[in-house]
Design a protein around this ligand. Structure first.
Ligand code: HEC
Length: 155
């Protein structure tokens, strides 16, 4: 009796482990994408926040020119490797990323590089204090965001 109870227990532990592991790995697969998507949307919002602050200074004349370098540095850092935010399969559950991203990966990488380069160009102008370049370089960066969103982000 004692022995069979122990067997039973061992069997149920094994069954629980098997079922549990199965359930855990599918939960992990789901969570993995969900977490990735949460993370990249957070990065995109941070990029958007910095763009908004730069626009307020450069276009609307907000009195925070001393912070411009901080914002453009963040734009450089955050646009550094956009493709890594979009691992294949991260087109669900709750995302505005279009599947077309993974069918046109080379183009996606190219558009990411355009934004990264435009952020670097803007930051370089700010570091040099070359104010006459701020507006045009900010516009270039904004257009590079738009170019990607037009084709690869759901409205
Ligand atoms: C190479 C493509 C690409 C580039 C370049 C790009 N984005 Fe995005 N962005 C996306 C995609 C795709 C999404 C949707 C992500 C999702 O929902 O998972 C997105 C989402 C966003 C969001 C919404 C985030 C949220 O809360 O869901 C903001 C804001 C944003 N981008 C701002 C910017 C700005 C500003 C730039 C330029 C400085 C930029 N993006 C450059 C592809 C890009």
């Amino acid at each position: 009796m004692k022995r069979s109870a122990r067997l039973f227990t061992a069997a149920s532990v094994a069954a629980t482990l098997t079922l549990g592991l199965g359930a855990t790995s599918s939960v992990q697969a789901f969570d993995e994408h969900e977490a990735t998507i949460d993370y990249r949307q957070g990065v995109m919002r941070a990029i958007g926040g910095n763009m908004g602050s730069v626009a307020a200074v450069v276009i609307d004349g907000a009195d925070y020119a001393g912070n411009l370098k901080m914002h453009t540095q963040q734009l450089v850092d955050l646009t550094h490797d956009i493709p890594s935010l979009f691992p294949e399969g991260s087109d669900f559950p709750d995302t505005d990323a279009r599947e077309a991203i993974w069918d046109n990966w080379d183009r996606y990488v190219e558009l990411s590089s355009d934004s990264r380069d435009a952020a670097r160009a803007l930051h370089a102008a700010v570091e040099a204090g070359d104010e006459s370049e701020y507006m045009i370089r900010f516009r270039n960066l904004g257009q590079s965001c738009q170019a990607c969103h037009d084709d690869f982000r759901r409205d």
